[in-house]
Write a protein that binds this ligand. Structure first.
Ligand SMILES: Nc1ncnc2c1ncn2[C@@H]1O[C@H](COP(=O)(O)OP(=O)(O)O)[C@@H](O)[C@H]1O
Ligand SMILES: [Mg+2]
Length: 379
């Protein structure tokens, strides 16, 4: 199978697994543009590249970042089974074709097997769809093709859909591609009560609260709205809408996770904040961004967000070769986890303020003590 990779309107190159090896070749015109989409592990180079990345199918992080994980994958696998295809035998290129132009970030895969459509939907339709995905295994997938696609593109573990949100009219448009102008592109993280993975019924409310605390601690966070109410059976719910930062005025923004850009797998003791800070420094070449990441590290440690793994940190490239940290996301208190996913000063648990200060010193953060005090005051 051959897949053309596009970055907005430009052809980046072609992925090809026809001879049983994963190959990629940059397009000559893209090489001349000089835009590095993944400077460390897939730098611009001419000729055919044999890919031996650590991700599924040998993909490098640039393309692996486009694939859904737990939640989206569960939906994608059911879409495949319904089409009579065994998900276990499907190639990663077929999966990327299913993502097509509907993925997060700015990359598209062609010929795309995604639809550029949306439907004005109700919260109830979104909840019913997600509930059935979680509760009914192996049956026919509920919902329209559009809602299925809106659910299968985003990553992460919890139920969510790509939507547009019209705050003035409080209306939802469900879809992952072009939305009408008055709708803000958002991720809708759904509260399904007891049906939530790991029984985390309060996770949306907790995430909204932690986003507010993070903002108070000087951390950049996306706009968000908590949709609260009662369902037909009288159970109260709180869904979380988060503005997408990989979209700006109809333009797709390139997004690369720490995992993807630095080829870090989500494994225990697999990465540290020091490594992340080094990547921030190398990619952004901006000490303010290093300080911003230090602040997030301090916040995550002091507020107990231990689910701070390699896919929960990302970078955006809005202008060619100009990188910055994405706003912070997936901030949730996780007391059930014993260790942080990223280490600090050689520790994954029992991290003290002195460890944070030590990292501050290593990265020449002048106001490290002030940042620690500020985060401590909101946590
Ligand atoms: N505001 C956002 N804009 C764009 N992409 C986002 C945003 N928030 C999260 N993402 C992307 O969606 C993925 C899943 O979201 P996340 O909040 O991490 O969900 P989960 O709690 O299920 O892990 C993230 O890994 C990130 O790639
Ligand atoms: Mg996540």
């Amino acid at each position: 199978m051959k897949l053309e990779v596009r970055y907005r309107d430009a052809v980046v190159g072609v992925l090809n697994d026809d001879i049983g090896q994963m190959l990629f070749q940059y397009d000559d015109r893209f090489l001349r543009l000089g835009t590095e989409l993944s400077p460390f592990y897939l730098p611009l180079q001419s000729g055919v590249i044999e890919l031996k990345g650590p991700f599924e199918g040998g993909l490098p992080g640039l393309f692996a970042d486009s694939l859904p994980d737990y939640w989206g994958r569960a939906i994608m696998d059911r879409r495949l089974r319904e089409a009579g295809i065994d998900p276990a035998r499907v190639s990663v290129l077929k999966r990327l074709a299913l993502v097509g132009d509907g993925g997060l970030g700015a990359l598209g895969y062609h010929p795309a097997e995604s639809e550029d459509a949306y439907e004005i939907g109700s919260l109830k339709a979104a909840v019913d769809f997600s509930r059935q995905v979680l509760e009914i295994a192996g049956e026919k997938l509920p919902g329209s093709k559009i809602i299925q696609q809106a659910g299968s593109n985003p990553g992460g573990r919890y139920p969510k859909l790509c939507v547009g949100w019209n705050p003035a009219e409080k209306r939802l448009a469900i879809g992952s591609q072009s939305l009408p102008e008055e709708f803000i592109p958002c991720l809708l993280k759904l509260d399904l009560g007891e049906a939530m993975p790991q029984g985390k019924a309060e996770v949306c409310r907790q995430e909204a609260a932690l986003l507010d605390q993070a903002r108070a601690a000087g951390i950049r966070t996306p706009r968000h709205w908590l949709l609260e109410g009662k369902d037909d059976e009288g159970h109260s719910y709180a869904h979380l809408l988060i503005e997408r930062f990989d979209r700006r005025e109809g333009t797709r923004i390139h997004m690369h996770s720490f995992s993807g850009v630095a080829h870090k797998l989500p494994v225990r003791y697999g990465a540290s904040y020091e490594e992340l800070l080094r990547v921030v420094s190398a990619l952004t070449r901006d000490h303010r961004e290093v300080e911003g990441m230090f602040r997030r590290m301090v916040f995550n440690i002091l507020c107990g967000n231990r689910d701070d793994h390699v896919r929960n940190h990302a970078f955006l490239m809005e202008a060619p070769n100009q990188w910055q940290l994405s706003p912070a996301y997936d901030l949730t208190p996780t007391p059930e986890l014993k260790e942080h996913a990223l280490g600090v000063n050689g520790k994954w648990s029992g991290i003290a303020k002195s460890d944070l200060a030590q990292v501050g010193k290593l990265f020449s953060i002048k106001n490290a003590d002030e940042i620690i005090d500020q985060c401590a005051s909101v946590c």
